[in-house]
Design a binder for this molecule. Structure first.
Ligand code: C2E
Ligand code: MG
Ligand code: MG
Ligand code: MG
Length: 290
């Protein structure tokens, strides 16, 4: 009867959580060797100027291809890395690879910046600014070509420490972006104190953005807030032309999303960039060439 069904429900959940637990243990164990086994990779998604739709930056997004389990999403393994103390080595890998890529692209005439993501734990490390600045000088990269993204909620975990770390990076010329803005619980008083340059509107307000909706009113108020604080606005998750049109009308500066491109492997990105430039030239000089 009911008791038996209840028993089944409990054992079902226990089994489910045991499986989830075993997966976590396995992932943590394997993540320790993922970099040395060549399973980690960065993919790059362009951030376009809304006004003329030219690519300005590329966001570096980490990918882990597990030899048996396949693609493991970053939202899953970054959280595990935080628990397992693996964030410092992962972050060093991400920054190193991103700067190497920037250097390589620059030699090939691809003049874009790269944005990387940091976790809350990175902000609490005293040595993070030194690590970042060391890598920047190793690759001889202009600091303004590296953008650092940190989620609003990560910045709020230890506000004083975040301010100190971000201040050091920003004083060295590295732009700072508040990622997933609108989903955290920061107050305006806290936001005002953060040493940041950009607000990234969370994709939940952007993916299905249409004129005359609550999403548009939310986007509009974020843009006004950002501009009042002299911050650049980036919209993530731009999937439709209509959404882009709304962002343009609201004065958002940068757009990133599937409308322009999915995250691409480095060589795909270089091809995408070349193709884009070729079309721009044809559009600009089409008459003269004919
Ligand atoms: P995020 O930094 O907010 O990155 C944006 C996410 O939105 C990415 O998911 C991207 O693939 C996805 N996205 C981009 N355009 C669209 C779109 O038009 N529609 C939809 N539905 N999604 C879009 P991804 O790559 O799965 O990354 C998830 C999160 O994992 C990132 O969110 C970031 O918080 C974290 N992450 C990724 N790479 C790293 C890393 O190197 N280090 C750290 N600490 N976190 C990372
Ligand atoms: Mg991001
Ligand atoms: Mg985001
Ligand atoms: Mg996110």
């Amino acid at each position: 009867g009911a008791a038996k069904r209840g028993g089944q429900v409990i054992s079902f959940y226990q089994k489910g959580s045991e499986e989830a637990h075993l997966r976590r243990l396995r992932l943590i164990g394997d993540l320790r060797h993922a970099e040395s086994r060549g399973e980690l990779q960065l993919v790059f998604q362009p951030q376009m100027a809304v006004l003329d739709e030219r690519p300005v930056h590329a966001e570096a997004l980490l990918r882990w291809r597990h030899p048996e389990l396949g693609f493991v999403p970053p939202d899953e393994f970054v959280a595990l890395a935080e628990h397992a103390g693996l964030i410092p080595s992962i972050t060093r890998f991400v920054i190193g690879r991103a700067l190497q890529q920037l250097d390589d692209w620059r030699l090939r005439g691809i003049d874009c910046g790269v944005a990387i993501n940091l976790s809350a734990l990175d902000l609490s490390r005293q040595d993070l600014p030194e690590t970042v600045l060391g890598l920047i000088s190793k690759y001889r990269i202009a600091p303004e070509l590296l953008v650092i993204e940190v989620t609003e909620s990560a910045m709020m975990q230890d506000l004083e420490q975040s301010i100190a770390t971000l201040h050091k990076l920003r004083s060295a010329g590295i732009p700072i972006a508040v990622d997933d803005f609108g989903t955290g619980q920061s107050t305006l008083a806290q936001l005002k104190r953060l040493p940041v340059d950009q607000l990234k509107i969370d994709k939940s307000f952007v993916m299905a953005l249409r004129a005359g909706t609550d999403d548009e009113r939310i986007v509009s108020s974020i843009v006004q807030l950002a501009h009042a604080l002299a911050l650049v606005v980036v919209a993530e998750g731009v999937e439709t032309e209509e959404g882009l049109e709304v962002l343009r009308r609201q004065g958002c500066e940068l757009a990133q999303g599937y409308l322009h491109s999915r995250p691409l492997e480095p060589e795909e990105f270089a091809r995408w960039w070349g193709e884009r430039r070729r079309k721009e030239r044809v559009a600009a000089h089409g008459e003269a060439q004919r």
